[in-house]
Design a protein around this ligand. Structure first.
Ligand code: C2E
Ligand code: CA
Ligand code: CA
Length: 275
C-alpha cells in the first residue's frame, strides 16, 4: 500500500499540478463566460484556389478572459465538453454565426456560406436538428448558407444518429463538411451513407508538401477521392506559396490558411471587404 501511495504521489509533478490548477481556474470561469459576454467568434476566409475569390468563412471561437487574455479553443473546448457547457456554448456559436452572416448578406458586405464546428456532445442526448431548425428560422439565414464541420471521430462515435440527423438537415439545405479528413480513426464506409458536401484535408498533410512524399501521395488520393465522389475539397493550414502551387497542380478546389488570412474578428472582415 505504501509503494502504491508513493507512486501516486510521484505522478503529481509540479507541472501537472500547475496544469490542473489552470484547468480548474478555466473551468470555474467558463461557467460565467457566456453570461459575461466574454466569448467571441473569429472568422477565417476560404478561397477559390483559381480565382482567389472568398467563397466561404469558418467561424472559430475565442474567449476573452479577464485575466488570461484571449484563450484559444484548444485550451477550453475540451473542458466545455467535459462539463456539458459545450451545449449552451455550441448553441451560442450557431446563433452568433447565423446572425452575423445574415447581417453581412443584408448589408451587402459579403454573401457566402458560414461554417461552424460541432462537438460530439451536440449529437448526444440533444435535439440538434430541432435546435438548428429553430435558429435558422429565428435568424432568417438561408440554410444553404450554413455549413456544419464534423470530424471522423464524431461520425464513428454516433454513426446512426448522425446519419439520421444530417439527412434531415440536408433536406433543409444545410451543408456538411468532414473536418481533418484522414487523421482520425474511421472507415470510409460512412461517406456512402452521410450527406457530405465537402472534405477538408487536414493541415498535417499540407505541412508535408515538399517535405514528405507520403503526405503528397495522401493529398493526391484525397483529392481524387473527393472528385470521384462529386464532393468539394478544401485544404486547410495553407501557409506557403509552395503548398498553394502544389494544391493547384493537384486540382484542389479551395484553400484556407495563414498564407491568405488568419482568423479575424468581425470588424476586420468588414474592413477587408470594404477595401
Ligand atoms: P479546426 O476546426 O481544425 O480549425 C482550424 C484551426 O487551425 C484553427 O485553430 C485555425 O485558427 C488554425 N489555422 C487556420 N489556418 C492555419 C494555418 O495556416 N496555419 C496554422 N498553424 N493554423 C491555422 P483554432 O481557432 O485555435 O481552433 C482549434 C480547434 O478548436 C478547431 O480546429 C476546432 O476543432 C475547435 N473549435 C474552434 N471553434 C470551435 C467551436 O465553435 N466549437 C467547437 N466545438 N470547436 C471549435
Ligand atoms: Ca474546422
Ligand atoms: Ca480542421
Amino acid at each position: 500500500a505504501k509503494e502504491k501511495g508513493k507512486n501516486k504521489y510521484e505522478l503529481c509533478t509540479p507541472a501537472l499540478k500547475d496544469s490542473l490548477v489552470k484547468e480548474m481556474k478555466i473551468t470555474n470561469s467558463l461557467y460565467q463566460a457566456l453570461e459575461r459576454d466574454e466569448l467571441e467568434l473569429y472568422y477565417q476566409p476560404q478561397l477559390n484556389i483559381l480565382s482567389g475569390e472568398i467563397i466561404g468563412l469558418e467561424a472559430l471561437i475565442r474567449w476573452n478572459h479577464p485575466e488570461l487574455g484571449i484563450v484559444s479553443p484548444g485550451d477550453f473546448i475540451f473542458i466545455a465538453e467535459k462539463t456539458g457547457l459545450i451545449l449552451p456554448i455550441g448553441e451560442w456559436v450557431l446563433r452568433t454565426a447565423c446572425i452575423q452572416n445574415k447581417k453581412w448578406q443584408d448589408e451587402g458586405i459579403l454573401n457566402v456560406p458560414i461554417a461552424i464546428n460541432l462537438s460530439v456532445n451536440q449529437f448526444q442526448n440533444t435535439q440538434i436538428v430541432e435546435m438548428i431548425t429553430k435558429i435558422l428560422k429565428e435568424t432568417q439565414l438561408d440554410p444553404n448558407d450554413l455549413e456544419l464541420e464534423i470530424t471522423e471521430n464524431i461520425i464513428m462515435k454516433e454513426t446512426e444518429y448522425i446519419i439520421e440527423s444530417l439527412k434531415k438537415l440536408k433536406q433543409l439545405g444545410v451543408k456538411v463538411a468532414i473536418d481533418d479528413f484522414g487523421t482520425e480513426y474511421s472507415s470510409l464506409n460512412y461517406i456512402k451513407q452521410l450527406p457530405v458536401d465537402k472534405i477538408k484535408i487536414a493541415m498535417s498533410f499540407i505541412w508535408g508538401i515538399n517535405i514528405n512524399d507520403k503526405d503528397e501521395a495522401i493529398i493526391n488520393v484525397i483529392i481524387v477521392l473527393a472528385k470521384n465522389l462529386g464532393l468539394k475539397v478544401i485544404a486547410e493550414g495553407v501557409e506557403t506559396r509552395e503548398q498553394l502551387d502544389f494544391l493547384r497542380d493537384q486540382m484542389c478546389d479551395e484553400v484556407q490558411g495563414y498564407y491568405y488570412y488568419k482568423p479575424m474578428p468581425a470588424k476586420q472582415i468588414e474592413a477587408l471587404m470594404s477595401r
